[in-house]
Design a protein around this ligand. Structure first.
Ligand code: RIB
Ligand code: CA
Length: 304
């Protein structure tokens, strides 16, 4: 089993990634860490706890950053994409369970020091928690086995504007700090995630299962698909951004990578842009192709 920490800003595709990871025996889930991004960190923490309760699982959750790496308060959330509650407006009651008291970056540091060269960190939100962790304890950088990041758009347009993908623009300074740190990074960007579309018809199959958990995920994902159909007319489904990052951690053969140096633009109109083939040591493994159908089959075999 591969020990992992899943860093989330739970929104809908984060929730799908959580379920995929929880149902994959290849992964040993040490904990979830939460960050602002799609919603506030308090809402992301609440949503992560709620998804775990729906899934009937008890995995520790650690709340993280409520502001960016340079202490800017994020303005505005992605409620048009993920709903007012961040889970497609499906949340009826707050979760009963509570998050742990330890700050998420401190949890990351402690786990990596306890299990050097073993832990994969999968980050599917802004990179603030990871940036804070390696700033506080740079000695852990060579001890992290791998970081799999959902984020960026190297050879394709962004999804927030022509340049920037959402996780990168939410905290570009954190992303640049992580990319230039020497961590072993695999970047699962829009270059590949926009090819992994979940067809709307699958939701009826989930509902036909007659399981409350499956209904919850179907209702939540329906909201997400409706957003995709409004923003990308005719797309026929929603992009499985965060689940693909988990998929790559389970089986890296789902993707083809090209190692290059990637810079993150931190200022101006192009802030959040991930620019590949930069001068300097090529150290970021950028996913350039994906076996979308084989990944989708694996995801669907596990998610609900
Ligand atoms: O651009 C997609 C990414 O931004 C996903 O991680 C989604 O959950 C949002 O965080
Ligand atoms: Ca996310």
């Amino acid at each position: 089993m591969k020990p992992i920490i899943l860093d989330v800003d739970t929104g809908i595709d984060d929730a799908l990634a959580m379920s995929y990871a929880l149902n994959s025996p290849e992964l040993e889930l040490l904990g979830f860490t939460t960050c602002f991004g799609n919603v506030s960190v308090a809402e992301a923490t609440r949503n992560t706890l709620a998804v775990l309760e729906k899934a009937g699982k008890r995995i520790p959750v650690y709340a993280g950053a409520d502001q960016t790496f340079t202490r800017r308060k994020k303005k505005g959330w992605a409620k048009h994409v993920h709903g007012e509650d961040g889970l497609g407006n499906t949340l009826k009651n707050d979760p009963i369970t509570q998050a742990e008291s330890q700050f998420a970056p401190e949890f990351m540091i402690e786990q990596v020091k306890n299990r050097p060269h073993e832990i994969t960190i999968i980050a599917v939100g802004p990179l603030t928690n990871l940036a804070l962790a390696i700033k506080r304890a740079p000695e852990i950088i060579p001890l992290v086995k791998e970081v799999v990041i959902m984020g960026g758009a190297v050879k394709v347009p962004g999804n927030v504007n022509a340049y920037a993908e959402a996780n990168m623009i939410a905290d570009p300074e954190a992303a640049e700090y992580v990319f230039s740190s020497g961590l072993k990074v695999t970047l699962v960007g829009l270059d590949v995630t926009m090819q992994t579309l979940l067809p709307k018809a699958k939701l009826n199959e989930w509902r036909a299962a007659g399981k409350e958990t499956a209904d919850f995920f179907a209702d939540m994902t329906e909201f997400y698909i409706e957003y995709y159909e409004s923003f990308y007319p005719g797309i026929g489904g929603c992009a499985l951004h965060d689940p693909l990052a988990v998929g790559v951690a389970i089986d890296s053969s789902f993707v083809t990578t090209e190692t290059m140096n990637v810079k993150v633009v931190t200022e101006g109109e192009e802030a959040g842009r991930t620019v590949g083939n930069q001068e300097g040591e090529p150290r970021i493994r950028v996913c350039t192709e994906v076996e979308a159908e084989r990944f989708l089959d694996h995801f669907l075999s596990k998610v609900v």
